[in-house]
Design a protein around this ligand. Structure first.
Ligand SMILES: [Zn+2]
Length: 268
């Protein structure tokens, strides 16, 4: 952590500006937890109303704490520990991903055996299939609990990686079964799949995870999926000959993620 919070960001934060970008907000709050100087600057930047409001809130919190009776916790449908791995937001996005793979599978099975059949849609879509879930791993717009997550000490790359792992654990078996049904070896799609996931995480640190994931998916659709369907030929990128290239790319991108593990919670 080299930089302190810029004056302009601190001012907007103190004023409660809702327009602060989520990654900036996350980095700001993480930094505030660790930096007494910036906490002092925040106190100076806050206006009298905010300080008075905080004081009033503390009086009520203290009063409630001393008078409240212990309550019985409600049963949760997810155990508390699982929140580190999944968020309920995942469910609709993972369901959508599975549905997309099933539609692609249905298309493949429908055209199978035909003369001049187009290349397998399952194989064409597999490299970007996890990106829908990855996009929802860390985003303010899709996750109602985002503010709580951002405030936790474990927020950051570790949390994003754990959630990404959950996405892969769900999506890869579905792709494996669909690929097996259309006779496509995992060698053709598994490495591209991992390369795109790692790429989204690396890019996400720069431009935000949802933007990175959607950008890569659209790029793949425009450059590879579209032309392959039009020309009815499997792109060379998805043949087994391209496997070493994908493996090398995955390693390079993963190494780019390693040196700065705090990247998702750092001030820029
Ligand atoms: Zn500071």
């Amino acid at each position: 952590m080299s930089a302190h919070i810029p004056v302009e960001v601190l001012g907007r934060y103190a004023a409660g500006d809702p327009g602060i970008a989520p990654d900036v907000l996350w980095a700001t709050e993480t930094h505030l937890e660790r930096c007494a100087d910036c906490r002092g600057r925040l106190a100076d930047a806050s206006d009298g109303d905010t300080v008075a409001l905080l004081a009033a809130v503390w009086v009520r919190v203290e009063a409630a704490r001393t008078t409240a009776a212990p309550t019985t916790a409600r049963r949760r449908w997810l155990p508390a520990r699982s929140a580190r791995w999944v968020t309920p937001v995942f469910v609709p996005w993972l369901a959508t991903t599975v549905l997309v793979v099933l539609v692609a599978l249905g298309f493949d099975l429908a055209v199978a055996g035909r003369h001049a059949a187009p290349p397998s849609l399952v194989v064409l879509l597999a490299p970007v299939a996890p990106l829908l879930g990855v996009a929802s791993a860390w985003t303010r717009r899709l996750d109602p609990a985002h503010e709580l997550v951002v405030a936790t000490a474990r927020a950051g790359l570790g949390l994003v990686l754990r959630r990404t792992l959950v996405v892969l654990v769900v999506v890869i078996p579905v792709l494996a079964v669909a690929g097996w049904l259309v006779g496509a070896s995992p060698a053709r799609w598994l490495m591209p799949c991992l390369a795109f996931t790692a790429g989204a995480l690396a890019l996400g640190r720069l431009v935000g995870l949802p933007r990175a994931a959607w950008g890569l998916a659209l790029l793949w659709a425009a450059v590879v999926v579209g032309p392959s369907i039009v020309t009815a030929r499997l792109p060379v990128l998805l043949t087994e000959a391209a496997l070493p290239g994908w493996a090398a790319l995955t390693v390079v991108v993963a190494l780019a993620l390693v040196p700065r593990p705090g990247g998702y919670a750092e001030l820029r």
